[in-house]
Design a protein around this ligand. Sequence first.
Ligand SMILES: NC(=O)c1ccc[n+]([C@@H]2O[C@H](COP(=O)([O-])OP(=O)(O)OC[C@H]3O[C@@H](n4cnc5c(N)ncnc54)[C@H](OP(=O)(O)O)[C@@H]3O)[C@@H](O)[C@H]2O)c1
Length: 323
Amino acid sequence: MNYKNLGNSGIKVSSLCLGTMTFGDGADAAMSKKIYQTSRDRGVNFFDCANVYAKGESERILGKLIYEHRDEVVITTKAYYPTGNTVNDRGLSRHHLTKELNKSLKRLNTDYIDLYYMHCFDTETPLEESLSTLNDFVKQGKIHYIGLSNFAAWQVMKAISIVEKSNYEPITCIQPMYSLLKRQCESELLPMAYSEKLGVTSYSPLGGGLLTGKYHNSNVDGRFKTSEMYQKRYDDEVTNKTVDRFIKFAMANDYDPVSLAIAWVSANQTITAPIIGARTVAQLEPALNSLTIEMTKELRDEISGFSLTPTLATDRKEEQLST
Ligand SMILES: NC(=O)c1ccc[n+]([C@@H]2O[C@H](COP(=O)([O-])OP(=O)(O)OC[C@H]3O[C@@H](n4cnc5c(N)ncnc54)[C@H](OP(=O)(O)O)[C@@H]3O)[C@@H](O)[C@H]2O)c1
């Protein structure tokens, strides 16, 4: 396992991060323990969570798993999405962030979160209020680093400009979606992250499971059988074509598609660690094996050719932004 500095910070994280969204939702406590232990045995020290995963159960399960060796692991959690029915049970207000961080600390059974994310941009709360709240959390020792997930590049830059002007703790990391099927972050977010020396832990490297190729078989079970959100997110002709081409290529060249798809994400120089997700140890193994694939430039370019290169942040096509 390789370890990298998380953005411009001193903390070192494994080049794969284990997502825990399945803990308590697909994987029960016993299976979550096996998934966690297998990852640890292979050198993973970086675990991603959120307050809303399995309605708090993912944090509870992860909290029990890390308790004996808390200082050996780097854990994240997040807040933004609704946790109740009142108007203030959501968003990035001082009220909601404070309440949710304290609940996360309790469920995770810890005094501190290594990396605390705002899970999404909040159009109804001044960003200054959210960032001053997170700055206070760092000062109180409750969180160590600040991250932003699902923010557009201009929103990240707005946050950076506020923390610099106000002398708040810096933004250390972003968490966008990124896979062969979802490449929008290549046009602005990744070049921005590279330029600002931000860590990037990207999620859904398998397109929620589509890049496993398993949905070619209609009897298989998986997220796309039950989740309307995922069906909508990936429901288009281009995606289907990309999956077909990718799976044919993987099979013809003797690659496990799971390993290949994750290695393709890792090979982007701006990515610190893709966040892998699994519901069983059998699903996890090929994800961990992605580290053994030698992703040459030629191989990466060939695979990139199976999907659409995203529109650049300029209409001057000849002036490519480098990532
Ligand atoms: N910041 C955010 O907004 C955000 C959003 C989503 C996720 N995340 C984070 O990123 C992590 C990973 O996201 P993700 O789960 O969407 O990643 P993903 O890698 O795109 O999908 C993982 C899913 O693919 C299926 N799968 C994985 N390996 C497989 C295998 N070998 N064979 C068959 N199916 C396999 C499993 O789902 P099924 O068994 O259900 O098919 C598994 O849960 C999450 O745990 C979470 O920590 C963050």
